[in-house]
Design a protein around this ligand. Structure first.
Ligand code: NAD
Length: 466
């Protein structure tokens, strides 16, 4: 089945009407009651639960995504986040009193969270359910109506979501536009309450430029080269196991997976030994049934070229088959700065390993490769070392002694910095991003207070003349 026959594109001439309809649905006010929002969230949970197998199938058709990965980072993560949101939503949406100096204490200054209106979600192919539904649930919780534009590169999953979601949630408030850049270009001609785009930075700047014309606020969830530092004070066996898991999950097509490892040079032989053991335990003689596939031939060829141009040495792996869109989990050593594998984000199952002597040198190497990655990982048993790295590097998020561990926590905001993105969402941060914080003061009307305000009306005699 071709992508085109799997997923029907929305005719671009229909998009203005869809934007108008979803805007009109917002203006009915039906998203305002918190109980209505909670019921929509429960319905998203039901959809994920009832159709887990359908989604697994579509993810497999799109990228050979293995079942455990689909359960963990797609349906499982979303269901957890929905439960967390349902548990906390009343607190997060409650009006917030602010502390104030005299004489404003009697003005009841309060921040009220209000929906922003109709929001646009533009999502990529690597986690096609999570990266559409995670911002959707934050928007539902915030009382917005939403237009979703899933990635055309995961057409089976986009088609499945487009078919199933309207059966569970309000079909007027939450609608899909499918297609490619033509549909995105058309969508971006309109103003929104907020746009969240997840994908590569080049398109991120196109989205931001288009949003600027309408002064629409944006959240950009981008990528980058996230390092995994392995110190001489690390538990090496655990570091090898966790980096292997994080790097080769979804065949390395994860925005915050370790892009490369930076190993303290005295530890390299031992670390490679541990990696070898982990690979034997994880993949045995043949990894092909245990790793997801590369999304398409274009990306497979991109990775093939990166490998072919690298001056590094294949420590293990390297087998690949274009017809199966397969790349064996591959580890490359003897890498120097300037190597093809250190230029752009790899986004595939290839782990280059570099070495460093001291942590300050590691910080310098990271800054040369990509100053502000989305994730940063340090493996060490010494908190002074992890503190040093936390303070001396900038990254969207960070996990100590794990790869991507911070993303498991639904109450930790997710987002990048600099080239890896702007803005955050997830949990409370999602509600804060997609809600407007309206400042409200109730000014007393008693005579006593009016007496206190008297000074602001009168212009002291003579002032005007001077
Ligand atoms: P993609 O090709 O699916 O594109 C993302 C979206 O942009 C799609 O909906 C697509 O239709 C749209 N698009 C593509 N070209 C366009 C154009 N010229 N004009 C307007 N819209 C266009 O996905 P991708 O960009 O290949 O995704 C991979 C990238 O996303 C990686 O860099 C990865 O690190 C990043 N990513 C970031 C996160 C995060 O949360 N920070 C998560 C996943 C992926």
């Amino acid at each position: 089945m071709t992508a085109a026959s799997t997923l029907a594109s929305t005719p671009t001439e229909n998009i203005a009407k869809i934007v108008g309809d979803v805007g009109a649905a917002f203006r009915t006010g039906k998203t305002l009651p918190i109980e209505w929002r909670k019921e929509q969230l429960r319905q998203v949970f039901r959809m994920l639960d009832v159709h887990e197998k359908d989604f697994q199938e579509s993810l497999f058709l799109d990228m050979g995504k293995i079942k455990l990965e689909a359960q963990l980072f797609e349906m499982g993560m979303l269901k957890n986040d929905i439960i967390h949101m349902l548990t906390e939503l009343d607190n997060w949406l409650a009006p917030e009193a602010v502390s104030v100096p005299e004489p404003y204490q009697h003005w009841s200054p309060t921040v009220h969270k209000q929906p922003k209106g109709t929001c646009l979600i533009i999502s990529p192919w690597n986690f096609p359910i999570t990266l559409t539904v995670l911002p959707l649930i934050a928007n539902i919780a915030s009382g917005n109506t939403v237009i979703m534009k899933p990635s055309e590169l995961a057409p089976h999953t986009a088609a499945k979501l487009t078919e199933l979601l309207p059966k569970y949630v309000d079909p007027e408030c939450f609608q899909f536009v499918n297609g490619d850049k033509d549909q995105v270009t058309e969508l971006l001609k309109h103003p929104y309450g907020h746009i969240i785009y997840t994908g590569n930075g080049q398109i991120g700047s196109i989205v931001m430029a288009a949003a600027a014309k309408h002064l629409t606020p944006v959240t950009l969830e981008l990528g980058g080269k996230s390092p995994a530092i392995v110190s001489d004070k690390a538990n090496l066996a655990l570091a090898a196991k966790r980096i292997t898991w994080g790097k080769f999950f979804n065949a390395g097509q994860v925005c915050m997976c370790p892009d490369y490892a930076l190993v303290q040079e005295d530890m390299l032989p031992k670390f490679l030994e541990e990696l070898k053991k982990t690979f034997a335990d994880t993949y045995g003689d043949d990894a092909s049934g245990k790793i997801s596939r590369i999304i398409n031939n274009r990306h497979w060829n991109r990775l093939d070229t990166l490998l072919a141009n690298s001056k590094g040495k294949i420590f293990f792996g390297g087998n690949r088959s274009e017809s199966e869109l397969y790349i064996e989990p591959t580890v490359i050593t003897d890498i120097c700065l300037g190597d093809s594998l250190l230029s752009d984000e790899i986004f595939g199952p290839i782990l280059p390993i570099l070495t460093y002597k001291t942590l300050p040198e590691a910080v310098q190497i990271i800054a040369k490769i990509s100053e502000e990655p989305l994730g940063l990982y340090i493996f060490t048993e010494d908190t002074a070392e992890s503190d040093f790295i936390r303070k001396n590097t900038r990254s969207g998020g960070m996990a100590i002694n794990d790869a991507m561990g911070h993303v498991a926590v639904p109450s930790l905001a997710f987002g990048g910095i600099g080239g890896s993105g702007m803005g955050t969402y997830r949990g409370r941060a999602g509600v804060d991003t997609f809600s407007h914080r309206k400042s409200v003061a109730t000014v007393p009307t008693t005579e006593e207070f009016e007496g206190l305000l008297e000074w602001r009306y009168a212009v002291p005699s003579g002032d005007r003349e001077e």
